[in-house]
Design a protein around this ligand. Structure first.
Ligand SMILES: C[S@@+](CC[C@H](N)C(=O)[O-])C[C@H]1O[C@@H](n2cnc3c(N)ncnc32)[C@H](O)[C@@H]1O
Length: 214
């Protein structure tokens, strides 16, 4: 996805057409999956259009958006202006060590295939450390299932991704589920969404032994 920008001199809000297309199908699933009240951290919030939309429609949840990029964080904060349930965007890399805040859900949309596999490993490991028991790790994007693409458009997208960066690529759902299980998550709940994307959610069953929650 390429973010197109408004005039950045006057308006930091970036816009991603895909976010406008997929935000309502994702929101419909978040209404089902997430608790009415609680705290959600979004990893790789992109432009901030998703988090602003979700926060406006899920007022009982407090959202913490993140972006590694300064301009991205400015965009998120601009889209979220006026929303009292969106915190200021913070820098966060999926592969690093995250601040030890506790959340009810970790949300990550369209990142794990546009990043090296280490980003998935870091995302799952960190999610297990910051989630409450029973907390949800929610992923959205294209996945392979049983070693196969679910659509020819996903196969073409995968080839394009790998051409751009050999470390990128559409992930196997089973590989992600295996990593999640290793970190204490249950089996994935999978919902098919438009354009051959999946909403995949994992519930944390076992808090990692190394984690002390005060
Ligand atoms: C396709 S964009 C998706 C942005 C947004 N979630 C959306 O759907 O519009 C992928 C984003 O993942 C971010 N990203 C890639 N690797 C990352 C990592 N290791 N940690 C955090 N963000 C990462 C990139 O900076 C990029 O903004």
């Amino acid at each position: 996805m390429t973010d197109s920008q408004n005039d950045p001199a006057n308006d930091p809000r970036q816009s991603a057409p895909s976010a406008l297309r997929n935000r309502d199908p994702i929101l419909a699933q978040l209404r089902v999956l997430l608790p009415g009240q609680g705290r959600v951290v979004e990893v790789a919030s992109g432009t901030g259009e998703h988090v602003a939309h979700f926060a406006a429609h899920l007022p009982g949840l407090m959202f913490q958006p993140t972006n590694r990029d300064d301009a991205g964080r400015a965009s998120i904060d601009a889209w979220a202006a006026g929303l009292t349930n969106v915190r200021k965007a913070i820098p966060l890399d999926a592969t690093g060590d995250w601040p030890r805040e506790i959340y009810n859900a970790v949300l990550c949309i369209n990142m794990i295939h546009i990043a090296p596999w280490e980003a998935t490993l870091g995302l799952v490991r960190n999610a297990a450390h910051v989630l409450e028991p029973g907390g949800m790790l929610v992923l959205y994007g294209p996945f392979r299932r049983a070693g196969r693409h679910t659509a020819s458009s996903n196969a073409a997208f995968d080839a394009d991704l790998r051409g751009r960066d050999a470390a990128w690529g559409v992930r196997d759902l089973e590989d992600v589920a295996e990593v999640a299980a290793r970190h204490g998550f249950g089996a994935p709940d999978v919902v098919a969404l438009p354009a051959n994307n999946l909403l995949v959610s994992f519930s944390l069953k076992t808090v990692p032994a190394a984690v002390t929650r005060t």
